[in-house]
Design a protein around this ligand. Structure first.
Ligand code: UN1
Length: 517
C-alpha cells in the first residue's frame, strides 16, 4: 500500500494519460475521427467540468469501421501468441499508469480511489489471463465414423467486435472484452458511456501507444463517442458480428433485438438484483463486512451490488442491529480522500432515482431503518452525495423487484428451511449474482445445487460483488445470459469451424448412405 502514489492532482493524471485539450476546448484521443457535437464530462466529485469530448457522426463512424476492417486483415494473420505479446505490453503500460488511470476513474466516475486502482488491477489481471490464453485457443479432435478420416474443430478470428460499456466500470469492462478479443485476432470498436468519456480517451491512448510502438495499425482499437444513437450504428451494422453490451435491462433488450434482427451475436451483461442469504449458521461478523461492502461499495452502482439481504427470522434482529451500527461508521465524501468509504453517485439523475426508491419503499409499506438522505454543504457541492440507506421490505414490493443503482439495501425475513430463502432469492427477474453466508455444508450445497440459486454467480461466505476475472462473469434471466472475462468466455469472440479430412482414395458417405455412380 505504501507504494501507491496519491500526492498528485487530476491535471497531472490527465497529462500522464495523454489527454490534451484542442483549441475548441474539446479533448481527443488517438485514432479518433469524431467531429460531431461535444459532450461535457463533469466530475460528480466536485461538479467541475473536466473536459469536453467530440461525438461521432455517421460519417466519422464509417471511417472508424473502414480503419478497423483494414486493421483486421493484418491482425488476424499474426499468430495468436504474438498477439498475446502485444497484450502483455498493454498490461505493462497499465501497470505503469495504474495510479493516474485509477485517479481519473475515481474523479470522473466517483468511486473511491482504492476502487479506481482495483478497477485498473482488474484490467491488468485480464491482460495476464489473455496472454496465457493466447497459447490455449484449443479446439477438440473427434474420431470420425468413417475409416481414414479425421475430424477436428478450430477457432478463427471473428472480425470487428463492438463494445458498449457502462459508466460504473468505465475501464475494466472494456478491458475484459478487448484483451480477449485481441488475442483472438479481432479488432475492437468501443463506445464508452457518455458519462465517462475521458476514461475512454485515456484507454484508447494507452492502447494506441502500444500498437504504434509495435508498428501495428491503430485500427485494432477504435473509439466512438456519444449516446445510444451512436451505439445503434453498431447494433444495426452487419460489419460487426458481435456486440458486447453492458448496461440496463432496458438497453439490453433494444440491443439484443437489433442485433438478432440481422442475425448477429450479442453478449449481454445487464442488471442484477443480488441477494445474500443469511442463515442461522452464518458468521455475523463476516456477514456484516460482506453485506456492507456489497451494498455501499461504488455507492451501490455495481451490477453486482448487494440489494437484498434475506435473513433467517431467528437471527434477524441481531443482523439488523449489527448492520445499523456498521452504517453509522460509514464516511461519505470525496472519493479521492482515502478516509471516506463512499463517494458520490454518478449524477443528479441518479440522486433523484435514489430518492424515488426510498419514497417508494415507504409507500409500499416498508420501514426505513437507516434513513439516508442527500448531503449538502462544503464538499458536497456537486449535489451527487447521498447517505447509504437500509429499509425493511418485502420481496414482492415493486421497488424491491427493481434494480436501483444507489446504496439502498432491503432487509427481507425468511423462516423455516434454506429452500424458503432460495425461493425469495430467485424470485426476481434478474439473475446476476448471489451469495449465502453459512458454515453448514448442507445449506451451502443446497444453495449451489440445481434447485439452488438461479444466478450466473453463486458464492458461499463472500459477498455478491468483487468477482475475480478468472471466472466467467455474467448472469441468467433478464441479466442477459452473456459471459465475459475468464473461463471459456473467449469462445464467443471467435468463429468455430468443424473440419473433416479424408486421407483415403475412397469417398464413403456419413450415416452409411450408399451413392454409387
Ligand atoms: C459491473 O458492475 O458491471 O464483480 C462489473 C465485480 C466487479 C465487476 C463488476 N469485478 O463487482
Amino acid at each position: 500500500m505504501s507504494k501507491i502514489k496519491t500526492d498528485f492532482g487530476i491535471d497531472e493524471a490527465l497529462f500522464a494519460l495523454g489527454i490534451q485539450n484542442l483549441n475548441d476546448g474539446s479533448s481527443t484521443g488517438s485514432n479518433n475521427f469524431s467531429s460531431g457535437e461535444t459532450i461535457e464530462s463533469y466530475s460528480p466529485v466536485d461538479g467541475s467540468l473536466i473536459a469536453k469530448v467530440k461525438t461521432t457522426s455517421k460519417n466519422d463512424y464509417d471511417k472508424v469501421i473502414d480503419v478497423a476492417s483494414e486493421a483486421f486483415k493484418t491482425w488476424r494473420l499474426k499468430p495468436a501468441p504474438q498477439r498475446g505479446e502485444i497484450v502483455r505490453q498493454f498490461g505493462n503500460k497499465l501497470r505503469e499508469l495504474k495510479e493516474p488511470l485509477g485517479k481519473l476513474v475515481s474523479y470522473e466516475m466517483g468511486k473511491s480511489y482504492q476502487e479506481g486502482l482495483g478497477e485498473v488491477q482488474e484490467m491488468i489481471d485480464i491482460c495476464d489471463f489473455a496472454v496465457g490464453l493466447s497459447r490455449q485457443l484449443h479446439g477438440l479432435t473427434m474420431h470420425s465414423e468413417r475409416p481414414g478420416h479425421r475430424m477436428y474443430e478450430q477457432y478463427h478470428s471473428l472480425g470487428i467486435i463492438g463494445i458498449i460499456s457502462a459508466f460504473n466500470f468505465p475501464v475494466a469492462v472494456w478491458a475484459w472484452n478487448t484483451a480477449l478479443a485481441w488475442i483472438c485476432g479481432d479488432v475492437c470498436v468501443w463506445k464508452p458511456s457518455e458519462k465517462t468519456p475521458l476514461c475512454g480517451v485515456a484507454c484508447q491512448n494507452i492502447a494506441a501507444s502500444v500498437f504504434k510502438a509495435n508498428n501495428l495499425p491503430e485500427g485494432i482499437s477504435s473509439m466512438i463517442n456519444g449516446n445510444y444513437k451512436v451505439g445503434e450504428m453498431m447494433t444495426n451494422d452487419v460489419r460487426i458480428p458481435l456486440v458486447s453490451a453492458t448496461g440496463s435491462i432496458r438497453m439490453g433488450k433494444i440491443v439484443a433485438q437489433a442485433v438478432a434482427a440481422r442475425l448477429g451475436k450479442s453478449l449481454l451483461e445487464l442488471g442484477g438484483n443480488n441477494a445474500i442469504i443469511v442463515t442461522p449458521n452464518a458468521d455475523i461478523k463476516m456477514t456484516v463486512i460482506g453485506a456492507v461492502f456489497g451494498a455501499v461499495g461504488t455507492a451501490g452502482q455495481r451490477c453486482t451490488s448487494t440489494r437484498r439481504l434475506i435473513i433467517h427470522e431467528s437471527i434477524y434482529n441481531k443482523v439488523k442491529d449489527a448492520l445499523v451500527a456498521a452504517y453509522k461508521q460509514l464516511r461519505v465524501g470525496n472519493p479521492l480522500d482515502e478516509n471516506n468509504h463512499v463517494g458520490p453517485l454518478i449524477d443528479t439523475d441518479a440522486v433523484a432515482n435514489y430518492n424515488k426508491a426510498l419514497k417508494k419503499v415507504v409507500a409500499e409499506g416498508g420501514k426505513i431503518l437507516v434513513p439516508g438522505g442527500i448531503l449538502d454543504g462544503k464538499g458536497y457541492e456537486s449535489g451527487c452525495y447521498v447517505k447509504p440507506a437500509i429499509a425493511e421490505a418485502d420481496n414482492n414490493f415493486e421497488i424491491v423487484q427493481h434494480e436501483t443503482f444507489a446504496p439502498v439495501l432491503y432487509l427481507l425475513k425468511y423462516s423455516g428451511e434454506v429452500e424458503n430463502a432460495i425461493a425469495i432469492q430467485n424470485g426476481v427477474v434478474q439473475g446476476l449474482s448471489s451469495a449465502i453466508m453459512t458454515s453448514n455444508l448442507r445449506e451451502a450445497e443446497q444453495f449451489l445445487s440445481v434447485v439452488g440459486s438461479d444466478c450466473g454467480i453463486a458464492n458461499v461466505n463472500i459477498g455478491t460483488s468483487g468477482a475475480e476475472i478468472g471466472g466467467a462473469f455474467g448472469g441468467e434471466k433478464e441479466t442477459g445470459g452473456g459471459r465475459e472475462s475468464g473461463s471459456d468466455a473467449w469462445k464467443i469472440y471467435m468463429r468455430r469451424q468443424t473440419n473433416t479430412i479424408n486421407y483415403t482414395t475412397e469417398l464413403p458417405l456419413a450415416q452409411g448412405i450408399k451413392f454409387d455412380l
